[in-house]
Design a protein around this ligand. Structure first.
Ligand code: GTP
Length: 848
């Protein structure tokens, strides 16, 4: 929703506010693209069309789908669409594989014999990468119908790319199957997947706007086409697409066991001969036209199959049998019910592990204390300082499974007490002569070259060896993304590599003579701003990457370049290095560099950065100019300043709040091995800690003890503010530790609060509204309940009391209430977001 409409919709009444956020967002998202999306789509379509040339047969819809899929990235969309239309022979010059040879032979054959008439289709070109095959019966093609869980793409126009499965397998001996038994092969697109669009696994936990729009579009299309109805059975019951696709896979071959069971014929595996031909309705149990339940049949009832005898129907229960664990838990008392859940065709291998077979002894798991009780008992005994845990008691009371657990708990219990060296950490830090530690977040609009720049930095500093880079180059080239090889040093997940888009913060390390640096490479795409906020919350300073090439700088300004800069400033970052990147594409032009420098300086100083804390460096991450090695005179004779590394080194060490109470924001929680079963990592925001310290985790309020510390991936006795440390903990369960929680000193914990007053800088119109409150990795829903005052930007004095709306760019004081209490304290920094947009960033003034 635009800020303009929001102003009109102001409602101070709490009840009205309740309805404000999610429903409206969902509806609007389903209706249409946002104006920004529309603009990007329009611009992108024109650019792609131009790049493809007038002779291209690519449709407008295909272009828009590609732009959507690649986040409006024109280059990627063009290359995808070109590949889509490229003739199969043009794709690879190298020796074709046996499969390729067979496939092209089949295509030639099919062209000769079948001409242009095609009843179904299959794109062979590119199919290996993009599609998986599903074999469906020759009955009405459910996977091709609109209600299918896997809608099939539009048929390709180029007939050389279209073949039926029957054509393809025509010359294969087992293809001589009577025509009424032949199957059709349909394609199931693997992409796009909603998960990537929906943000990272660490992230928001709800579908992104893009994913919501895509889902809505799909839903609308399905609703508009009555052709979807053929999936209704004779009795009017609708088949469940997902269930059907599962059954399709289970009933692929007429001779398979399941198909034989459905038909009442013995399977080939049992008889050693192929089954006689059977009527189709018997062969494929998916045609459950008399199904009484369209969703899932009741457990006791067999899957209804047309013309199938009742006792045979029972054999069609396709449910998975209970696991060994489930059977062990169910034990003998529930044997009959367990038995009733078993499929009749269960295999003998499974029976070997059957609870009745003797491998799992008579188990009555409820006779003694539960495994959790045993662990808890042992832990509490350890915590009380008893020298030894009463293992005998545990053995007596627990069954076999619990015995194993009790021995584990014994070890954990004895580890509970970790002796502190009682170090004077401040003195240790002073005399340690450790290199300075600094972490910086790399920010900027999507695709401006952040990851490539960092990959180049690590490569030129020899943190990454030549072999690893060669390997990445090869892998990137194999999927047609050779230009992303350096970015892959940072972007390590398959999703990120496939899409060429960073999703979550990537961390890497390097050191120079003076300083140990931690790189926090942030995603540039606006859907992943929560992850960017998380990265920025751990940074001492920021590197803002700007693409200098034509139009890119300008589109970045309308996109995330300004938003990221404002966000980091609001989160306390004062120093900014601006890498004016891709200077190779800007012809190493001094004019372009100066233009960017002037525009950005004006904006950044108005946003609260001091001119002395901003530095501009012209560079090219891809080719490596001015990153570690200086640019040669023939390219940029006009530049005599620092390289990026020199500028990083020149950054003054950030002031550390070492003497304040301990505050560490958890960035990750992980289970280690036997020696360190539970660990967390995060930046020490304030204070210090050492091995043996008692700490408290907030908001859970649970205590724990530090068993070990790692700093810079090496064991350490202590850590201080500014360092990113890994803590191995004992005496706490992992359920009490979540990403975003705060680790505090035992003596001085942070408070959980449910409301606060904050001074905000408005990015958008701000009014009483629902907001997500972000603090580092933590974010909770809340709402702005009171608009207290508009403030003068420089003096902070009240210029207007109780405003109805705060305009973008203004500073104001508002009161925020949270749905759940979280650990926050003044002067903490928070970001307020609404419907995926950053509306304000603020400094906490008082907590309630
Ligand atoms: N010509 C040229 N291309 C570059 C340069 N730096 C990056 N690129 C290309 O720009 C594209 C995007 O680069 P990335 O490093 O993935 O961009 P990013 O900013 O990290 O992208 P996100 O993290 O997804 O926001 C890739 O194709 C790079 O090869 C450069 O200096 N010159």
């Amino acid at each position: 929703m635009s800020g303009h409409r929001r102003v009109k919709d102001i409602a101070y009444d709490d009840e009205e506010l309740e309805d404000y956020s999610e429903d409206e967002y969902g509806d609007e998202g389903e209706e249409e693209l946002s104006p920004d999306d529309k603009r990007q789509m329009q611009e992108g379509t024109t650019k792609v069309r131009n790049a493809l040339g007038p002779g291209s047969s690519v449709s407008g819809k295909e272009i828009q789908d590609a732009l959507w899929h690649y986040y409006y990235d024109v280059a990627k969309s063009v290359s995808f669409l070109k590949n889509l239309r490229a003739p199969p022979t043009a794709k690879k010059q190298k020796q074709p594989s046996k499969f390729d040879q067979a496939s092209s032979a089949a295509q030639v054959d099919a062209k000769k014999t079948l001409g242009g008439s095609r009843s179904s289709y299959m794109s062979l070109q590119g199919s290996a990468q993009c599609y998986t095959l599903l074999v469906a019966s020759q009955e009405p093609d459910v996977s091709n119908d609109e209600t299918s869980a896997y809608p099939v793409p539009e048929p390709l126009q180029d007939l050389s790319l279209q073949l039926t499965a029957t054509d393809f397998f025509k010359d294969v001996s087992w293809g001589h199957v009577p025509s009424h038994l032949r199957s059709k092969i349909t394609v199931r697109p693997v992409h796009p997947r909603a998960r990537l669009l929906g943000g990272s696994s660490h992230g928001v936990g709800k579908t992104s706007k893009l994913a919501a729009l895509a889902a809505a579009r799909k839903k609308r299309e399905a609703e508009q086409k009555p052709a979807a109805e053929p999936s209704t059975g004779e009795d009017g019951s609708k088949w469940q697409p997902s269930a059907i696709s599962i059954l399709n896979r289970l009933s692929t071959k007429p001779g398979s066991d399941i198909a034989c069971k459905a038909s009442g014929q013995p399977s080939a595996a049992i008889t050693g001969v192929l089954p006689p031909q059977v009527p189709q309705s018997r062969t494929y149990p998916i045609r459950r036209k008399k199904s009484p339940s369209p969703v899932r049949p009741p457990i006791e009832e067999p899957l209804p199959v047309q013309d199938t005898k009742p006792e045979e129907e029972a054999k069609l229960d396709l449910r998975a049998p209970p696991s060994t664990f489930a059977r062990a838990i169910l034990g003998k008392q529930t044997k009959s019910s367990a038995e009733s859940l078993m499929r009749p065709q269960e295999d003998s291998a499974f029976r070997l592990l059957d609870a009745d077979s003797g491998y799992v002894a008579d188990l009555n798991p409820f006779a003694g204390p539960s495994p959790d009780d045993v662990v808890a008992n042992a832990q509490s005994k350890g915590a009380k300082g008893k020298a030894s845990v009463n293992v005998a008691n545990a053995e007596k009371s627990a069954n076999g499974v619990a015995d194993a657990l009790s021995s584990l708990s014994l070890e954990e219990a004895t580890n509970q007490r970790v002796k502190s060296k009682n170090l004077n950490v401040l003195a240790e830090f002073e005399k340690s002569k450790r290199k300075d530690a600094a972490s910086f977040v790399v920010i900027g609009h999507v695709d401006h070259g952040k990851s490539t720049l960092m990959g180049r930095l690590l490569y030129d500093l020899k943190v990454i060896d030549q072999r690893s880079i060669d390997k990445l180059r090869k892998e990137a080239t194999n999927i047609g993304k050779s230009s992303f090889a350096l970015a892959w040093v940072m972007d390590s997940t398959s999703e990120e590599r496939e899409r060429g888009v960073t999703v979550d913060i990537a961390t890497n390390y390097f050191e120079t003579e003076k300083t140990k640096f931690t790189i926090l490479d942030a995603p540039g795409h606006r859907d992943f701003i929560p992850n960017m906020i998380a990265g920025a919350s751990q940074a001492d300073f920021a590197v803002l990457v700007i693409d200098a090439s034509t139009n890119s700088f300008e589109s970045g300004l309308r996109g995330q370049t300004k938003e990221h800069a404002l966000l980091v400033r609001s989160m306390g970052v004062q120093r900014l290095i601006i890498a004016v990147n891709k200077m190779d594409l800007a012809g190493w032009s001094q004019d372009r560099f100066t233009e960017i420098e002037q525009q950005m300086s004006a904006f950044l100083t108005s946003a609260g950065f001091q001119a002395k804390n901003i530095t501009f460096i012209p560079c090219a991450g891809l080719t490596g100019e001015n990153i570690v090695r200086k640019v040669t005179k023939d390219k940029m004779p006009w530049y005599t300043g620092h390289t990026l590394v020199e500028e990083l080194e020149a950054s003054e060490p950030a002031k550390r709040a070492i003497e304040q109470p301990l505050r560490l924001s958890i960035a990750d929680v992980f289970r280690g091995g036997i020696t360190n079963p539970l660990s967390i990592s995060g930046r020490v925001d304030a204070g210090s800690l050492q091995v043996g310290d008692q700490i408290i985790a907030m908001p859970s309020g649970e205590k724990a003890q530090i068993k070990g510390i790692e700093v810079d991936q090496e064991p350490a006795d202590w850590a201080v503010a500014g360092q990113i440390a890994t803590l191995h903990l004992t005496g706490i369960d992992e359920v009490h530790l979540r990403i975003g929680d705060i680790i505090c000193s035992f003596a001085n914990p942070i408070k959980n609060i449910k409301a606060f007053t904050t001074k905000i800088l408005a990015f958008d119109h701000v009014m009483p509204m629902h907001v997500d409150v972000h603090r580092g990795r933590l974010h909770v829903p809340g709402k702005i309940t009171q608009m207290l005052a508009v403030l003068d930007k420089s003096s902070g004095e009240v210029t207007k009391k109780k405003p109805r709306v705060v305009q973008p760019g203004s500073v104001a004081r508002v009161r925020v209430e949270l749905e759940t209490a979280i650990p926050l304290e003044a002067p903490g920094r928070i970001v307020l977001r609404n419907q995926g947009q950053t509306v304000a960033a603020g400094l906490l003034e008082s907590a309630e």
